[in-house]
Design a protein around this ligand. Structure first.
Ligand SMILES: Nc1ncnc2c1ncn2[C@@H]1O[C@H](COP(=O)(O)OP(=O)(O)OP(=O)(O)O)[C@@H](O)[C@H]1O
Ligand SMILES: [Mg+2]
Length: 239
């Protein structure tokens, strides 16, 4: 079980119009944890992250650092320190690298600290600094994913919601992205909730994981436990 819990979902439902996508999801992320969410296409992984960031209609209990965020707007959620890196990255391709990074800090008023954080964030992605005037749209897919993550870090988040960072990227690039995510977690104590279809990678990187199926939590446990679980092996690990 997590140490003191930073994020807590209890019986969360979410819907798109009449279509219910989550049917009572409960999960917990402890302060400083890296937790993974696995599951097949359409299971509700993305919707779970959206329920937290306030970008889908939801009900149920969602608490962050002991406060309810179930009725807060996406901007209010971001201001509390939750950064959402959506599926498909969401970097603005017409803007430069530097402009994308500045956008990540748009809710912040502490200009001097933002400048300081730019340096700290770029230390994880040294090549981004050299390309600050390059338009984001001209970066490779992997570089855009790293920019999306760097932009999220500009919020100085307490929690990062990361949706399928590996999508469409070559294995080497994916490995590098997960190396950085683990580094942020282990070295800087960043709390991360990551959705990932690559179960091997997700279970290697995380301490605990949830398996979603059809809008519900089908399984949960430590990543080591889930690795040994027969049905996880068969359905997600392929052996
Ligand atoms: N914008 C939307 N409008 C209507 N239905 C949606 C929308 N987005 C998702 N859904 C539906 O909600 C359910 C959960 O979708 P969700 O995107 O959360 O799944 P997922 O686990 O992230 O899948 P994937 O692995 O494909 O990303 C699915 O049945 C999906 O068709
Ligand atoms: Mg998804």
């Amino acid at each position: 079980m997590p140490r003191s819990s930073l994020l807590e979902l209890e019986d969360v439902e979410a819907r798109y119009g009449q279509m219910r996508a989550l049917h009572g999801v409960s999960l917990e992320v402890g302060e400083g944890e890296l937790v993974a969410v696995l599951g097949p296409n359409g299971a509700g992984k993305t919707t779970t992250l959206r329920a937290v960031s306030g970008t889908v209609r939801r009900s149920g209990k969602i608490a962050f650092a002991g406060k309810s965020i179930a009725r807060r707007s996406p901007e209010a959620v971001a201001r509390l320190g939750i950064a959402h890196v959506p599926e498909g990255r969401g970097t603005l391709s017409e803007l430069t690298v530097a402009e994308n990074l500045r956008l990540g800090a748009y809710t912040r008023r502490d200009r001097a600290a933002v400048r300081e954080d730019t340096g700290r964030v770029l230390a994880h992605f040294p090549w981004l600094g050299e390309r600050s005037d390059q338009r984001a749209g001209t970066l490779s897919g992997g570089e855009q994913q790293m920019l999306a993550l760097a932009r999220a870090l500009m919020l100085r988040p307490r929690l990062v919601l990361l949706d399928e960072p590996s999508l469409g990227l070559a294995p080497k690039v994916v490995a590098e992205i997960f190396r950085i995510v683990r580094e942020l977690n282990e070295r800087d104590g960043l709390t991360v909730l990551v959705v990932e279809q690559n179960a091997n990678l997700a279970l290697d990187s995380s301490s605990r994981a949830y398996v979603l199926e059809a809008g519900r939590v089908a399984l949960e446990g430590t990543s080591a436990e889930l690795r040994r679980n027969e049905s996880v092996r068969r359905s997600y690990l392929g052996y």
